[in-house]
Design a binder for this molecule. Structure first.
Ligand code: PLP
Length: 497
């Protein structure tokens, strides 16, 4: 934002009360005009998610109100409408009231937060966890404190790290060096230049949410061990979704114990709100003691903590939602490929569709909403670099086959209307009913999601085998609700056509 010129400040000071708002308004208006000219002005849709009918939401535009299908929610698994999670929130609010009543310094720890922190420490198999009001605040507080308390600390930061990590590193006052995205050679060069003795933190994400790509966590840990660096991993877009218990990509890759500090959110895969770190007890205690954004803000309300805990606990023992999610992600990707809609190569559940122009990106989004009642938010600068504007599709277990087909058709109509380039169609044949789960790569994909990448498909396996395979990780159907049994049934149905 441009700073207000000194002359204007004088005008404000000397001009008296009447002039003050006018002068500010003038400057802010010209700032907003600049943002509009660059195609970066953000318009937020007025939506009300329908907990009983995911992925539908009611969209309001003036007096107009209609149902739309949401295709870009970060409530990736739909846990925000899970009956157990809603129940935990409602019952706790009735028992304890709505708010926390103060900072933890003033009002103490509400028991629901204590229980949530124990649940999170167990999820990541760490000594302790510390909950914050959001994932953003968790990164800002944790990186800010680690970099400030470690004498002469150097923070090595992946160039695509999230704004909250950048804010934390900046707040720490520590020296920062940026390594090229997921580039181990560059990281090694920087580590070598720094030497063994200087305290170092490697700060990176497991899953980069705008591109959908995944960090080589294990090899970054090898480098960290070689050069005595601390590892700080943001698992915000992976918790709940990956690993046998939903602890994230580090769990899936079997390297969770090699990460010093894991940071996560309760707002995406877990469907509630809040952020956390899980780490050694002394690290958590130091951050609790020193981070202003932990100390000087009202604590998480107990009802929110209880809902988040329920969601984490449920996803630890139930894989049904994860399986259904992956099947629908795979189907969506295949439908778009078959239609020639370009998709960026992504190793995760996120399907980015490149547009490459801010105005066209906004128009594509507006057309999808107006003509097809599909909500897909445009992703423009500064969220992504200029020239790489995109749509970002996040299927959930609740997007059924008809919705996926409708999305592919709508995107084709939008591509035609805006003359956007198609990708050469490389037809990906719809898998024959049984082959969906007997297909080797698909099977190993699901095995990977379930945290057992070593499990390989064996010829002759069928969808029933997949389900019994999945059940190995779901102790005696523990925690499965009727809705989830249906989801497993849905997977079976997909598998059998
Ligand atoms: N870290 C990453 C990588 C994110 O993408 C986000 C938000 O999208 C955050 C942290 C912040 O998490 P929260 O939404 O809980 O504040």
């Amino acid at each position: 934002m441009p700073t207000i010129a000194a002359g204007v400040i004088r005008t404000i000071r000397s001009g008296g009360y009447a002039e003050r708002p006018m002068t500010l308004r003038h400057h802010f208006r010209s700032y907003l005009e600049g943002v509009r000219r660059e195609g970066r002005y953000r318009i937020f849709a007025d939506l009300e998610r329908d907990a009983a009918r995911p992925p539908y939401a009611r969209s309001r535009d003036g007096s107009d109100c209609r149902d739309v299908v949401v295709w870009c929610s970060n409530d990736y698994l739909g846990m925000g409408r899970h009956p157990l999670v809603i129940d935990a929130m409602v019952k706790t609010a009735r028992r304890t009231g709505t708010g926390a009543g103060g900072t933890r310094n003033i009002s103490g720890n509400s028991h629901a937060v204590v229980a949530l922190e124990a649940e999170l420490a167990d999820l990541h198999r760490k000594d302790a966890a510390l909950v914050f009001s959001s994932g953003y605040v968790a990164n800002e507080a944790a990186l800010g404190t680690i970099g400030r308390l470690l004498p002469n600390c150097l923070i090595l930061s992946d160039e695509k790290n999230h704004a909250s990590m950048i804010a934390g590193i900046r707040a720490s006052g520590a020296e920062k060096r940026i390594f090229r995205h997921n580039d181990l050679d560059h990281l090694e060069v920087l580590l070598r230049q720094t030497g063994q003795l200087r305290p170092k933190v490697i700060a990176f994400e497991s899953l980069y949410s705008m591109d959908g790509d995944i960090a080589p966590i294990s090899r970054i840990c090898d480098l960290a061990a070689k050069f005595h660096a601390i590892t700080y991993l943001d698992e915000v877009h992976a918790v709940g979704l990956y690993g046998a218990r939903g602890a994230g990509i580090a769990e899936r890759d079997g390297v969770m114990d090699r990460i010093d500090v894991i940071e996560g959110t309760l707002a995406k895969g877990f469907g509630v709100v809040g952020g956390y770190i899980a780490a050694d007890a002394v690290i958590c205690d130091a951050i609790r003691t020193a981070a202003p954004s932990f100390i000087f803000t009202t604590a998480m309300p107990p009802a929110v903590a209880a809902a988040a805990r329920q969601s984490v606990a449920h996803l630890k023992k139930s894989v049904a939602v994860r399986i259904a999610h992956w099947l629908q992600v795979g189907k969506t990707r295949r439908a778009l490929r078959n239609a020639g809609i370009p998709i960026m190569s992504s190793q995760s559940h996120i399907i980015p569709v490149p547009v490459g122009d801010p105005d066209l990106c906004r128009e594509a989004s507006a057309l999808l909403m107006e003509k097809f009642a599909l909500y897909l938010q445009p992703i423009n600068y500064p969220t992504v670099p200029r020239g790489t504007e995109r749509l970002r599709i996040t299927p959930t277990p609740f997007h059924n086959d008809q919705m996926i087909e409708d999305l592919a058709n709508a995107l084709c109509e939008v591509w035609d209307a805006l003359r956007l380039p198609y990708e050469a169609i490389r037809p990906v044949p719809m898998l024959r009913p049984q082959s969906l789960v007997t297909d080797a790569s698909r099977y190993s994909l699901i095995a990977t999601v379930l945290g057992n990448p070593g499990d390989r498909h064996r010829p002759g396996e069928s969808s029933a085998d997949l389900l019994s395979f999945a059940s190995k990780f779901t102790p005696a159907g523990a925690g499965l609700l009727p809705g989830e049994v249906q989801l497993v049934g849905h997977s079976r149905q997909i598998g059998q056509g």
